[in-house]
Design a protein around this ligand. Structure first.
Ligand code: FAD
Ligand code: NAP
Length: 330
């Protein structure tokens, strides 16, 4: 038996009978052709909650490698192995002078998992940079290439999230720009941090550094406090719901979202009194961001799952809005 504690950022104690490290495409195909019916496929384990004491088989994506495959005056196409660390990839691209991913700095996990929930932060989403996703189809062991449209990217969602356990991503292609002009500093505290640092004409690297500074001050470092980032998605609601809430609350965070509206799940949870809640000093809700559930000591995945259920019910009772979990439950 191998402990999975260091393979999930929640730091949940659980174990597996078999642990496989996948380092290239042919190992991935071999693994998928012989794997038991039920297995876990993990990158950095930063978007999962392990609720069982034991799993039969776990494979870790350790497929490395980054290469530029096309270049013109304005842009580059870069491919990266599914097991490449996401933050290291972002910093590598910026240091090469290839821009676009700066707002997505310091997101934990791997390149291969980035398309799955279309990772996003500070007004940027990875969907705007992905040109192709290469994956093995489990049922046929066929090598499949998905162009951007075929990935069906949506808010924290994609074709791959909708077809969980069917495709295993071994490589992702990104189109990045050489121009430093297309920056988004309007979101959150980025502009304030740049101003504080007296940076008037920020470079993409300056933006990444500001994002790193903000994230480090606000989000719990999984190496110190177990967590999987935002446990819930921000709910997308219709005008009718917004009108109902406006009649009851003077002000609340509200963002237009296509023809609908996005509410801040963190605000809803906070209003229900959950922010900073601590259960027996063992687990609870982060004190700076109510969207983040934390394992303070030795919580089980089941305890954290049950807490998430209680939070979903209390938000539903108070606001009539149903929260959906973002974290993948196993
Ligand atoms: P894992 O947790 O290992 O896997 C997640 C899911 O994807 C699982 O279902 C797994 O089976 C599947 N999977 C993983 N790799 C593959 C693959 N190659 N092929 C097929 N399936 C695969 N997310 C954001 O979007 N924005 C943020 O700003 C953000 N901030 C975070 C901050 C913190 C502190 C933490 C802990 C998490 C944060 N997250 C954020 C969530 C998480 O980092 C991302 O979802 C990340 O992409 C998960 O990568 P991973 O490699 O750890 O995936
Ligand atoms: P924040 O800045 O306190 O904002 C709270 C929420 O309001 C966010 O969820 C964000 O939605 C939304 N928001 C803020 N400004 C917005 C704007 N100008 N337009 C549209 N929506 C806006 O959030 P935070 O917790 O510190 O996180 C900062 C960023 O990092 C966010 O983008 C967040 O998604 C991302 N993040 C994600 C995770 C994760 O695990 N998924 C964990 C930590 C941080 P969005 O979430 O849609 O951006």
């Amino acid at each position: 038996m191998t402990s999975l504690k260091s393979y999930n950022t929640f730091g949940i104690e659980s174990s597996t009978k078999q642990l496989h490290s996948i380092t290239n495409k042919s190992e991935l195909i071999d693994f998928l052709s012989t794997a038991p019916d039920s297995f876990l496929f993990l990158g950095g384990g930063s978007n999962i909650l392990l609720t069982q004491a034991e799993y039969p088989c776990v494979a870790i994506n350790n497929i490395e490698g980054v290469a530029m495959v096309f270049e013109d005056d304005r842009s580059v196409i870069v491919k990266a192995g599914g097991g490449v660390n996401w933050h290291e990839f972002v910093m590598f691209t910026l240091n090469q002078g290839w821009y676009g991913l700066e707002n997505l700095a310091l997101i934990p996990g791997t390149v291969g998992a980035a398309p799955i929930q279309n990772i996003g932060a500070y007004g940027k989403e990875v969907k705007d940079f992905i040109t192709e996703v290469h994956a093995i189809e489990k049922s046929s062991l066929k090598d499949c290439v998905f162009d951007n449209d075929a990935c069906a990217f949506d808010y924290r969602n994609s074709f791959f999230k909708q077809h969980k356990h069917e495709y295993y991503i071994y490589e992702v292609y990104f189109k990045l720009q050489k121009s430093t002009k297309d920056l988004n500093i309007s979101y959150g505290a980025i502009a304030d941090v740049l101003k504080q640092d007296k940076i008037n004409s920020p470079t993409p690297l300056d933006v990444a550094k500001a994002v790193i500074q903000i994230r480090s001050s606000k989000l719990p470092d999984p190496k110190k406090i177990g967590n999987s980032g935002s446990f819930f998605k921000n709910p997308i609601v219709d005008e009718h719901t917004v009108e109902r809430l406006k009649a009851e609350y003077d002000s609340f965070p509200l963002y237009p979202f296509h023809q609908q509206f996005k509410l801040a799940a963190g605000w809803l949870i906070d209003q229900c009194g959950w922010k900073g809640k601590n259960i027996d000093g063992r687990y609870g809700v982060h004190d700076l961001q109510a969207l983040v559930l934390v394992n303070l000591k030795d919580a089980t995945g089941k305890e954290i799952f049950d807490l998430s259920e209680t939070i979903i019910n209390s938000v539903k009772d108070k606001f009539g809005v149903e929260l959906e979990r973002e974290v993948n439950i196993y």
